[in-house]
Design a protein around this ligand. Structure first.
Ligand code: 5GP
Ligand code: ZN
Length: 113
């Protein structure tokens, strides 16, 4: 989508610090890290949010989860990490291209809400 920030990052017209890329997904450092390690993982296909996952695109989301262990390992997250997806306004989703936050590098807060 032409007006989507993460589509522009994926295509390279907006710079980012790449962590991992293949034909289906792109991973890059969050510009405003909330933990010592904070990266985002996105499908290259534009899917707006978790609410838009269906049979036609679920393979892209599942594929992300098959790659997260190797991405986390490459980032040195040997003692665990947190995966977050914010969906919609109440979930405080600010970029409407589905993305999974990987946070780690320290003991994270127990507060999830
Ligand atoms: P959300 O709040 O939608 O779950 O997460 C969006 C994330 O994208 C935020 O953590 C924010 O810091 C990050 N972000 C916003 N704009 C940019 C950008 O231009 N580059 C990068 N690398 N991250 C961004
Ligand atoms: Zn997009």
């Amino acid at each position: 989508m032409s007006d989507c920030l993460f589509c522009k990052i994926i295509e390279g017209s907006i710079p980012s610090t790449k962590v991992y890329e293949d034909e289906k997904i792109y991973s890059f450092k969050d510009i405003n890290p909330q933990a010592p390690v904070h990266v985002l993982v996105v499908p290259k296909e534009h899917i707006c949010c978790a609410n838009a996952i269906d049979e036609s695109n679920a393979d892209n989301v599942a594929y992300i989860f098959t790659k997260i262990p190797a991405i986390a390992k490459s980032l040195g997250l040997t003692n665990g990490y947190r995966i977050i997806n914010n969906c919609g306004d109440d979930g405080c989703q600010t970029v409407k291209h589905i993305h999974f936050h990987i946070l780690g590098g320290t003991k994270l807060s127990e507060n999830m809400g």
